[in-house]
Design a protein around this ligand. Structure first.
Ligand code: HEC
Ligand code: HEC
Ligand code: HEC
Ligand code: HEC
Ligand code: HEC
Ligand code: HEC
Ligand code: HEC
Length: 366
């Protein structure tokens, strides 16, 4: 603690950026570029509480509503205004219904905290500085300088988006009960997963739309996706990042997880971005997709069910095809079994042992 104070004092006296943990500030750090932020270190370090990290207010002066810039600049030193750059309104993203609790859980962040959280009693939070290191961030790498995993005595820096997310959505002991460990869901040792950490295991995902492909063969093929392909603003004009969205779970597109509903392009719009709706409803893989998704039609009063009733959105530690039954809709069959059994590889055949809407599957085969 004492050493840190001396270090900070030394930094400001010498006005020379010193390395924070191992490496010197990179040359492309946007906030330390005096062509972009004219007043250097003191721009942000005039008056905030170091221990608590300054809060989102430190950032939204420049990354918030444009009117804020004019108002708050009045109290700032001369030349404070960034001299260039085309900044987007990040603050507005956090006004949306579904968002990271950046403005909802303020003052919990500590600059010396180590994530994933090991104290289960700690309240959850996600501040701007948890995801962006203001001294390192660059146009090329928005997570530069965020401390990653500890390997022996070395703390690496986050280089992949998912590593950043796992800091709070992986092993955290304060993870709310209803949420799962995302690192486990995406583990490449799972029988199936959406290809975030590596290419996927299924070589016959026939519904994939261009440019998505199971394996990258040609230059234009995209065989891997990121958390950000699904989580982020619903508005493509908005700044990138999982700040906020009008759609539940901070999704870039609408996705309903409900049972008993009518299938529409909107209901499962997120999935249909990458998986051809006509292939899915045309039963090209699972022979009974349409039956389940659309139901038997309104004449019998039976509606369809969501992809979520059968599929995880992330990965499955137990089954192929992301099969993870939604236990609030699906239960064990008359023999007490609840499982999926694969019949051959890429043959589109299998057996389901379960009970759903009062229909006993003991098993049902396709
Ligand atoms: C864009 C705003 C901004 C600028 C410019 C800036 N800082 Fe910081 N600095 C912060 C914030 C915010 C924190 C708190 C980080 C946290 O809590 O995680 C911080 C924390 C620190 C710390 C505490 C250790 C740490 O990293 O948490 C030191 C030391 C520091 N800054 C030095 C500097 C120096 C030296 C410069 C100029 C080369 C500088 N800062 C420029 C925003 C800024
Ligand atoms: C004094 C104004 C100012 C403050 C305060 C400020 N920034 Fe910035 N920030 C900028 C400018 C200017 C850029 C470069 C934008 C460009 O080049 O278009 C930038 C770039 C960024 C980027 C990279 C985005 C990109 O498109 O290059 C991130 C992320 C970012 N800032 C986060 C933060 C965070 C987090 C804080 C608070 C700790 C903060 N900023 C505080 C002015 C500021
Ligand atoms: C510093 C911690 C932190 C980091 C890093 C972080 N999150 Fe979060 N995230 C939270 C907190 C806190 C919530 C509020 C709910 C909770 O406590 O889990 C949340 C909520 C979410 C939700 C909404 C959940 C819901 O039920 O609506 C999504 C989606 C999400 N985060 C995705 C991400 C992604 C993607 C990343 C990486 C780019 C990420 N998060 C990085 C802390 C974090
Ligand atoms: C293919 C799209 C897709 C990708 C890629 C994706 N998600 Fe999600 N995520 C969803 C959907 C859809 C939901 C809501 C339904 C659900 O919970 O499965 C969701 C829900 C969540 C939630 C809240 C509910 C829960 O299960 O905890 C968090 C947190 C989350 N995702 C984090 C992440 C992180 C972190 C990554 C990257 C490592 C990621 N997601 C990648 C589609 C995706
Ligand atoms: C939970 C993590 C998280 C939090 C909290 C968060 N961001 Fe981000 N932010 C991201 C991610 C991820 C990206 C997207 C990086 C990419 O894909 O290029 C991003 C992108 C950005 C960008 C660049 C946008 C663009 O389109 O170029 C800016 C600027 C930014 N964030 C500022 C902020 C500010 C200011 C705050 C706090 C008010 C904040 N962020 C809070 C994760 C976060
Ligand atoms: C009743 C359970 C069920 C529902 C509901 C369901 N699926 Fe499936 N889905 C399956 C099964 C079983 C398979 C595996 C077929 C096989 O053996 O290859 C599968 C396979 C897939 C595949 C991989 C093969 C392909 O077609 O590319 C995708 C993608 C898919 N489903 C997407 C969806 C989407 C999107 C929805 C919602 C619109 C959905 N599923 C609804 C059971 C379901
Ligand atoms: C950003 C593009 C993208 C989105 C959005 C997306 N997927 Fe996928 N999905 C992929 C890719 C790429 C693969 C191929 C992975 C492989 O080859 O194993 C895949 C594979 C699958 C598989 C087969 C996995 C396996 O191992 O058999 C299922 C099932 C699936 N997706 C369901 C869904 C559902 C349900 C949604 C909506 C919640 C969805 N996907 C949204 C890109 C996407």
């Amino acid at each position: 603690m004492f050493m840190t104070k001396i270090l900070i004092a030394a930094m400001f006296l010498s006005a020379v950026p010193l390395p924070l943990f191992g490496a010197a500030y990179p040359k492309n750090a946007v906030h330390l570029d005096t062509k972009k932020v004219a007043t250097g270190c003191s721009t942000c370090h005039l008056s905030f509480n170091f221990k608590a990290g300054g809060g989102p207010e430190t950032c939204i002066i420049c990354h918030g509503d444009a009117s804020r810039l004019k108002k708050e600049y009045k109290n700032m030193p001369r030349n404070f205004a960034p001299t260039s750059g085309n900044r987007k309104n990040i603050e507005a993203e956090f006004a949306k219904t579904y968002r990271h609790p950046t403005f909802d859980a303020k003052g919990i962040h500590r600059s010396n905290e180590i994530l994933p959280e090991t104290d289960s009693r700690m309240p959850r939070h996600a501040e701007c500085v948890d995801c962006h290191n203001p001294h390192y961030v660059s146009t090329e790498n928005k997570f530069a300088g965020i401390r990653g995993k500890r390997v022996g005595n070395v703390i690496s820096s986050v280089s992949k988006e998912y590593e950043l997310c796992y800091k709070c959505h992986g092993e955290s002991t304060n993870l709310p009960g209803q949420y799962g460990n995302k690192r486990m869901e995406f583990a490449t040792s799972n029988p199936s997963y959406h290809p975030v950490e590596d290419e996927g295991k299924n070589t016959a995902v026939i519904s994939l739309l261009k440019p998505y492909k199971e394996k990258k063969i040609n230059a234009g093929d995209v065989s891997m996706i990121s958390c950000g392909d699904c989580h982020g603003s619903e508005n493509p004009e908005s700044p990138r990042g999982p700040h906020g969205s009008l759609y539940e779970f901070i999704l870039v597109d609408h996705y309903s997880t409900k049972d008993n509903q009518t299938e529409t392009p909107f209901a499962y719009a997120l999935c249909y971005r990458c998986h051809d709706r006509s292939s899915i409803l045309g039963n090209e893989s699972f022979r009974y997709h349409a039956l389940h998704i659309q139901g038997r039609g309104s004449s019998t009063g039976a509606n369809g069910t969501s992809c979520y009733t059968c599929h995880s959105s992330h990965g499955s530690p137990d089954n192929k095809y992301l099969l993870t039954f939604n236990k609030t809709v699906v239960s064990a069959n008359s023999q007490g079994q609840l499982k999926f059994v694969e019949k051959g590889v890429s043959t589109f055949r299998g057996e389901c042992y379960l009970s759903c809407h009062g229909v006993d599957h003991n098993p049902k085969s396709y």
